[in-house]
Design a protein around this ligand. Structure first.
Ligand code: ADE
Ligand code: ZN
Length: 337
């Protein structure tokens, strides 16, 4: 079987996907029009031109601005359903999906509106597409620890819809210690959420040194007690970290197209994915924010297979890793691999 057919056909699990990052420019404009919201980029073409980012922050500014088109439950449903249809067409059979409630509650959209719209689409995806899912509630690193605790409390009536908590947004200047309290609360009764976090996404720049990055990765593991690290590509800078992550089989959810578009990696051919596999790390391929970075999960598989000249064995390992890295119970994982 040809490796490219395999990339398309192999059943995949996706663990690093921001549902707000699936808002295609066309849908942003459709929702903005429906809701009478002004977009700061006047046309779809302007928005597409804005996709040339120089770093994570520049992307985040556009991503949060686009979210202002989301007001009603139906908007969250339409966004989530569009993702499920697209992902399912690339044989993503299971997705553990991030959502950023603070991005919406800050604008006066109720927590219940956000989670009900998303959950309703995920239930329909299970019924009509046979696609299973889990929800991961992310706190925004650029907001305060107290704000994250208020958000955790708001999630209580919906806790049965939520599998885990995560952390995303601006990494520079927002160390894991800011969120130790909310993670301690989230892991315990009455929530019993599992824990993941973004970390080690961007390389050193100015005051944000290699030492800070590696230190933040250790603190993410030790203070926040995460089961999985989102991105984590900077771990290659530390042999001790590689050893720990490999021995404990802590999954790293890697997003190749994202790393190139946000300039953590110069070009796809330079992506450290294969190096990470060869170092014994449990890595998977994910799409992060596919509407912004040039492709969905299957497109990322195809892209790296071509750029890194990976063979069937490598791609099969990556697909198997995607199931091992998921929160599915061991029995269900075995059945899928
Ligand atoms: N929010 C959405 N995508 C993100 C990413 N790649 N890193 C940090 N925060 C994000
Ligand atoms: Zn992400």
């Amino acid at each position: 079987q040809h490796v490219l057919d395999f990339c398309r056909d192999v059943p995949k699990s996706e663990m690093h996907l921001h549902i707000e990052g699936t808002l295609e420019p066309e849908l942003v404009f459709e929702l903005a029009k429906r809701n009478g919201v002004a977009t700061h980029l006047p046309t779809v073409e302007d928005m597409k031109r804005a996709l040339d980012f120089k770093n994570l922050q520049q992307f985040l500014d556009l991503y949060y601005a686009a979210c202002s088109c989301l007001l009603h439950e139906q908007d969250f449903f339409d966004m989530t359903w569009a993702y499920c249809v697209k992902a399912s067409s690339q044989n993503v059979r299971h997705a553990e999906i991030f959502f950023d409630p603070q991005t919406h509650t800050e604008r006066g959209v109720a927590f219940s509106v956000v989670i009900t719209g998303i959950s309703r689409a995920l239930e329909q995806a299970k019924r009509e597409l046979g696609m299973t899912s889990a929800l991961i509630m992310c706190f925004l690193k650029h907001l305060s620890g107290d704000d994250s605790i208020r958000t955790l409390e708001e999630s209580l009536p919906f806790k049965d819809h939520i599998t885990a908590v995560g952390l995303d947004s601006t990494e520079i200047g927002n160390p894991p210690s800011k969120f130790k309290a909310v993670y301690d609360l989230a892991r315990a009764e009455p929530y019993n959420y599992r824990c993941v976090s973004h970390c080690g996404e961007e390389g050193p720049r100015g005051d944000y040194t290699e030492e800070t990055i590696i230190g933040d990765m250790w603190k993410t593991l030790e203070l926040l007690k995460v089961e999985r690290i989102d991105h984590g590509i900077q771990s290659l800078r530390s042999p001790e970290l590689i050893k720990h992550l490999s021995e404990k089989r802590i999954p790293l959810t890697v997003c190749p197209f994202s790393n190139v578009r946000l300039r953590a990696v110069d070009k796809l051919e330079d992506h450290p994915l294969k190096k990470m596999m060869d170092s014994g790390l449990l890595v998977s391929i994910n799409s992060d924010d596919p509407a912004y970075f040039g492709g969905y999960c299957g497109d990322n598989y195809l892209g790296v297979a071509l750029a890194l000249q990976l063979g069937l064995a490598d791609m099969a390992e990556l697909a198997a890793n995607s199931w091992e890295s998921s929160f599915l119970p061991a029995v269900a994982k075995g059945a899928r691999i």
